[in-house]
Design a protein around this ligand. Structure first.
Ligand SMILES: Cc1cc2nc3c(=O)[nH]c(=O)nc-3n(C[C@H](O)[C@H](O)[C@H](O)COP(=O)(O)O)c2cc1C
Ligand code: SF4
Ligand code: SF4
Ligand code: SF4
Ligand code: FES
Length: 617
């Protein structure tokens, strides 16, 4: 890779790169994203390598490992271009057939095509799969196209072309103006307008400023930022160069947790490539602008995603939040004005410059522009990553893209916004998802976690889980959060273990009011969302736990009661043999009985009885 001394040099290189590439050349893209990698992407890619060698296809067919293809539930995914044939659940054993049938013969391997869960219809092309059809990709656009370790791949798709406009046609003010006009809001949590934040920072008098990429992503189950850092690392770097130019920063940091080693590896390589190519360093493309980047690794604490804690962590201090103001845009890293944005926010910026702010502002809703990436998980057929225009309804995401709920079970709720988001019930399925509408129903966009729950979820238990997580992750610096979470956790344990009391709900509401108003940072302030939203929409479940000592979803074990129906029991004694505490007794070939004092509610009798004689309530 040459060092690009000027725009002409870069343009000429890009032209030659494109001329060398035949768009009709067959390509095999093996997904090596966070979902597929543990399922054996490397082995699948290796099998392709060996088969292609054997069949003399080297040089004729390009083989790449790429970032996440989105539909992670059906990994390892393989995409064959240019036909866009999408194969799912590919193992090394399937590869000879794919090579023979598709690469050599031009046909398709039917059994590896995507199958719709309800209709069982097979979809041959990526574009035929409903999961992809309803999406609009800006940030994920290149993930199943490029090899994330190849700067050439990124350049061939127009990578770093925004720098021409930015450095040579726009002043820093023009850049900020464009980001403001685009309507881009921060994708990491609060949804603060990005351009406004940049302007506040630019307007400070300080000569030394910083930009930071927040790649901490501590929400359980979320992996959108990880997928972007691993699958398209140069997009983040390009966005940061633009932001640094806009505010006048010479130095930037990408903060990534060490549990994301592949993201660290890919970003490290991308930074090195960008430096060697002259996109980072002194006098970038002879623009007179200097900027360089480094990675700072976090140790995986959820609170370190909070911007002031993250800054403290980069500075080498304990990752504890600080009261704001001052906001980092005024006084951030080492006390200097600092812009901190989320991975997805940064990755949107080059496209806003390339395509224009009006294009971006034309997507989405009045108050929330562009698209949003969601990590769709839980009780859903198609878990994975989706990117949809802001304003897409929950129903569209859960049922059309996500394929609905497995096992014919009923939808119960969707939790948005990570552990401190709220649980939204079925009555709001037609809610257009954007920052404001989610807040109106007691939830948040957060960074884009979307957990689907079906009728088998107990909403009291769900809230108990999130409060337990936040209790563990609270830094303990301020009393409302530290003590509030401790008390909430205790109350949830009481309620789910049959010790719920009449006053508990009111007490929880009081605790939430104190935490929301007096906690130092967003962790304590928003920890109330799972509590208040479940209390609002699923109060009857709390009441059943507290008053009737029953868990309607049959999840909270201490509240369950196992009995044997004497009419149905055949006295086969299968349950007697399984019961670990000898709680079942009776005469052989006659109805058995459970001693409630001895029963530990393990459920084994329920599972082994072949005559449906064991009742659980
Ligand atoms: C407890 C807590 C955890 C957070 N974790 C993240 C995170 O993992 N990634 C992120 O981008 N923002 C996270 N945020 C939000 C950041 O504080 C900050 O608002 C964000 O990085 C700003 O970038 P944006 O304007 O592009 O959204 C977190 C906030 C809180 C209170
Ligand atoms: S709100 Fe919680 S996490 Fe935030 S500073 Fe206070 S104790 Fe720490
Ligand atoms: S397994 Fe079922 S049928 Fe057999 S003894 Fe137990 S309850 Fe009765
Ligand atoms: S639930 Fe477990 S402990 Fe209770 S009777 Fe059945 S097998 Fe025995
Ligand atoms: S990781 Fe392979 S499809 Fe998401």
């Amino acid at each position: 890779m040459p060092k690009f001394e000027s725009l002409d040099h870069l343009n000429e290189y890009r032209r030659q790169l494109r001329a060398k590439r035949d768009p009709k050349q067959p390509q095999v893209l093996v997904c090596a994203g966070p979902g597929c990698l543990p399922l054996g992407s490397e082995e699948v890619a290796q099998a392709f390598r060996a088969q292609m060698e054997e069949k003399g296809l080297n040089g004729k067919v390009a083989l790449k490992t790429s970032g996440c293809h989105g539909l992670c539930a059906r990994g390892v995914r393989v995409l064959i271009r240019p036909q866009e044939i999408a194969y799912q659940k590919v193992t090394p054993a399937d590869v000879p057939e794919i090579v023979e049938t598709t690469l050599v013969g031009g046909g398709v391997v039917e059994r590896l095509l995507h199958e719709e869960p309800e209709t069982h219809a097979r979809c041959q092309h990526k574009g035929d799969i409903p999961f992809y059809r309803g999406q609009q990709s800006i940030v994920l656009r290149k993930l199943d196209v490029i090899d994330p370790e190849s700067l050439d791949d990124y350049l061939a798709l127009g990578g770093y072309r925004s720098l021409r406009k930015v450095f040579f046609e726009m002043t820093p003010d023009d850049v900020i103006d464009a980001v403001e006009r685009s309507g881009l809001r921060g994708r990491g949590g609060g949804g603060f307008p990005t351009g406004r934040k940049w302007r506040i920072c630019r307007d400070t008098e300080e000569p030394i400023k910083f930009v930071i990429c927040n790649g901490d992503e501590g929400d359980p189950g979320a992996f959108m930022d990880r997928a972007v850092m691993e699958g398209d690392p140069h997009a983040v770097i390009e966005g940061m160069i633009i932001g640094a130019y806009a505010i006048g920063a010479r130095r930037g940091y990408i903060y990534v947790r060490h549990e994301y080693p592949l993201a660290v590896k890919r970003l490290t390589l991308a930074i090195q490539q960008a430096r060697e190519a002259g996109f980072l360093g002194k006098n970038i493309l002879r623009s007179g602008f200097d900027f360089d980047l480094q990675i700072s690794q976090g140790s995986g604490a959820f609170v370190c995603g909070e911007e002031t804690a993250l800054i403290a962590s980069i500075e080498g201090h304990i990752g504890e939040p600080m009261p704001r103001p001052p906001y980092p845009a005024i006084s951030g890293l080492f006390g200097q004005p600092t812009i901190i944005n989320n991975v997805e926010t940064w990755a949107n910026v080059p496209e806003i410059i390339n395509m224009g702010p009006e294009w971006f502002a034309g997507i989405g809703t009045e108050g929330s522009k562009g698209t949003k990436v969601f990590s769709l998980v839980g009780a859903i057929h198609h878990s994975g990553l989706v990117e949809v225009p802001m304003g897409t309804t929950l129903r569209e995401i859960v049922f059309n893209l996500g394929g609905g709920i497995p096992g014919g079970r009923a939808f119960k709720a969707v939790q948005t916004g990570g552990p401190s988001g709220g649980c939204i019930p079925a009555e709001f399925l037609d809610l257009p998802v954007d920052y404001d509408s989610l807040q109106q129903v007691g939830s948040i966009m957060g960074s884009g976690g979307l957990i689907v729950m079906d009728e088998t979820s107990c909403m009291v238990d769900v809230a108990r889980y999130f409060i337990g997580f936040l209790y563990e992750e609270s830094c303990g610096k301020c009393t409302p959060c530290r003590e509030g979470l401790k008390q909430l956790k205790k109350i949830y344990e009481d309620i789910t273990q049959g010790r719920g009391e009449e006053g508990h709900i009111a007490l929880m509401e009081d605790l939430c009011a104190a935490m929301a108003s007096a906690s130092i940072c967003g962790l304590g302030q928003s920890a109330v969302n799972p509590v208040l939203s479940t209390l609002k929409f699923f109060r009857h479940e709390y009441e059943a736990h507290i008053r009737d000592k029953k868990c309607p979803a049959l999840v909270c074990r201490p509240l369950l009661k196992y009995t044997i129906d004497p009419e149905t029991c055949t006295g086969c004694l299968a349950c007697v043999r399984e019961c670990p505490v000898g709680a079942i007794s009776g005469v052989k070939k006659e109805a058995q009985e459970i001693d409630q004092e001895l029963c530990i509610k393990c459920g084994l009798c329920f599972e082994v009885c072949q005559f449906d004689a064991v009742r659980r309530e």
